[in-house]
Design a protein around this ligand. Sequence first.
Ligand code: 8NA
Ligand code: MG
Ligand code: MG
Ligand code: MG
Length: 289
Amino acid sequence: MTVWNSLRGLALGDAFGEQWFLRPTSEVDSSMAERRVAEGVWPWTDDTAMAQVLLAHLDSRGTVEQGALAAEFASAYEADPNRAYGGSMHGVLTAILAGEPWRAVTTSQFDGQGSWGNGAAMRVAPLGAWFAADLDAVVDQARLQALVTHAHPEAVAGAIAVAVAAATAVNGGEGLLDAVLDRTPNGEVATGLRRATRLRPALDPRHAAGTLGCGYRISAADTVPFAIWCAARHLDDLVEALWATASAGGDMDTTCAIVGGIVAARTGLDGVPAAWLAACEPLTARRPA
Ligand code: 8NA
Ligand code: MG
Ligand code: MG
Ligand code: MG
């Protein structure tokens, strides 16, 4: 149940945040949300597309098998490519579809650095909920799924941080930021998380974003610490969490997808307005047994 709630929260956050993508943050308010509900469907994007593939993969195999997961990401992309995927993902997933080995493809991105994009983190919260009883497994499995598309250590660190945050939320949420920091490999993401532990919870999210970033660079380091700070601040209230996250602007489909995936693993979706749930594009993934 917590896993399915995490996916539903992730998709809600993705679709909710995408409403304001590249719009001025002054437009992020409830009257705007109501107008957008009235206008019809809130589509989800690549964040949800990839999260659904990952959850279906766990449901059928139990753990991450990288070759199969790479093929499944690629075939979902082929079937439905217009989901605003990150810039390098088109090339990566097309090459995997053409039969190139995933590791050779992802390690050659960006002159051999690999991608530090937030794409490995944006999809991973339900995996954290899946393995919540075993934090070592959360870390290992988050890393394995990240490397299939993102070879850069910061992208991997971002995925680990989000997965541990979701697992910690499932396990009661106590000391969430410290628990995440404890498991996140050293580097830029960890530095951002350390900075986040020093911010007052009452701080305006826009000021927190000024310190932590909120995804304008689309990097894991510029996205994950802020999203986890927002989730920790509103761990008992999904709707408040999404408003706070969106209010800062930036890569809002992704910051809100991360926050939704973490917080909903704990709260479920009972507090979400029925009109939002009706506006959200339905999931295509099957609910795990
Ligand atoms: P990615 O691997 O293409 O990374 C995202 C971007 O980060 C790349 O396209 C580059 O611009 C930059 N980047 C990553 N690594 C490097 C590097 N080593 N050197 C220089 N630049 C680098 O794709 P991803 O899956 O990580 O991206 C996920 C993001 O893309 C999410 O925000 C997702 O929502 C989507 N996205 C959507 C929109 C939209 O229009 N809704 C806009 C931006 C991103
Ligand atoms: Mg997206
Ligand atoms: Mg509250
Ligand atoms: Mg995004």
